[in-house]
Design a protein around this ligand. Structure first.
Ligand SMILES: [Zn+2]
Ligand SMILES: [Zn+2]
Length: 346
């Protein structure tokens, strides 16, 4: 029998209500403590409210066409052995900057950011704040940045578009370094860098890689930088202030999506096939941009089970994050508006 890759649409093109209900497996009798949360999930999936966008049929270049992924209902996720539980002694998400973010040029860790906060320092601290709000109830810590020379990993200069070469770091070398510095209380450690990555010689690049068993991952924001394919411009952290507020916010939006998606994998969330969702796989940058910024009801239920956050307070703090930083008409403004709608339903 062929593997089922995505959820059957009903007559209106929406994901089939019955299949989503089975995947959610809401238990109102057993989960009295989460009554309001479960009611919210039900209202969002039984046709009462259309809040979460549908995934639609994947195009020829999309992830699902090229990497068939079976649905993973809540119960399957809950009982799988490869999932790492959060414990009272392993409850911290560490973010490890690789390469200079804080101490670049005039933007030292103590210097005040100019130009509307477009510095490596604010970029990283916003990532840390967002991760903390998204994985509410987890500790999140930003580690001191590691200079690239200290990684002792192989590097190469790779052609990324016609006439444009960018430096790349070899992922296995980064993992060798990271495995020796995992803090005792780490649920996971995520390396982040503005330098492009490659997993092996024969590959052009990779956005990121994770080793679930070792609880480590590394992700590059290089290809999410608006100037990555433009050889005339630098994508160094020290040049972040050269971006327009719109460009900077686009980079930030992509970075928070990549980071929260990858940390989602650390909680055992597979690529999602239920809705347009933060956990959708993406084959290319365009598909990554298309994916929804938040977790769909099925993925949200899994994360809530894993870390037991107060869902309404979490939505409110995420909304505030976007409102305080949003440039008019930006992705951040859209995110704030969507959460406002979600809160109205909740
Ligand atoms: Zn992924
Ligand atoms: Zn999902």
């Amino acid at each position: 029998m062929a593997t089922k890759e995505f959820i059957t649409p009903d007559a209106s093109g929406s994901p089939d209500v019955r299949e989503i209900a089975d995947a959610l497996h809401l238990d109102f009798a057993l989960e009295k403590k989460f009554k309001r949360f479960n009611e919210y999930l039900k209202k969002c999936t039984d046709g009462t409210h259309v809040l979460f966008p549908h995934l639609g049929k994947p195009g020829p270049d999309d992830w699902l066409r090229n990497h068939p992924t079976p649905p993973e209902p809540f119960l399957t996720w809950q009982t799988k052995l490869s999932r790492n539980d959060v414990t009272s002694t392993r409850n911290t998400i560490y973010i490890l900057p690789l390469g200079e973010f804080l101490s670049q040029g005039s933007h030292s860790a103590t210097a005040k950011p100019k130009d509307g906060g477009c510095s490596g320092m604010t970029f990283l601290s916003d990532l840390e704040v967002y991760t903390k709000l998204f994985f509410a109830s987890m500790n999140v810590k930003l580690l001191t940045e590691v200079p690239l020379a200290k990684l002792k990993c192989s590097t190469r200069n790779h052609t990324v578009s016609e006439g444009v070469k960018r430096p790349q770091l070899h992922v296995p070398g980064i993992f060798t370094f990271m495995k020796n510095m995992i803090p005792e209380d780490a649920y996971c450690v995520l390396g982040v860098t503005m330098v492009d990555l490659y997993p092996k010689e024969s590959w052009n690049f990779v956005f990121g890689r994770a080793m679930l068993q070792d609880r480590i991952g590394v992700f590059s924001f290089a290809r999410h930088h608006p100037n990555f394919f433009n050889g005339a411009k630098s994508i160094e952290v020290s040049t972040l202030h050269e971006l327009t507020p719109d460009e900077y916010q686009l980079l930030q939006w992509r970075a928070i999506k990549v980071l929260t998606h990858e940390i989602g994998h650390m909680f055992g969330l597979q690529h999602c096939v239920y809705f347009s969702c933060l956990m959708n796989g993406s084959n290319n940058a365009e598909e990554g941009d298309r994916a929804f910024s938040f977790l769909c009801p099925v993925c949200l239920r899994k994360l809530q089970f894993a870390i037991q956050f107060k869902f309404l307070a979490r939505y409110k703090s995420l909304m505030k994050f976007f409102q305080e930083r949003s440039v008019s008409g930006s992705k951040f403004a859209e995110c704030a508006q969507w959460i406002e709608k979600a809160i109205a339903i909740a």
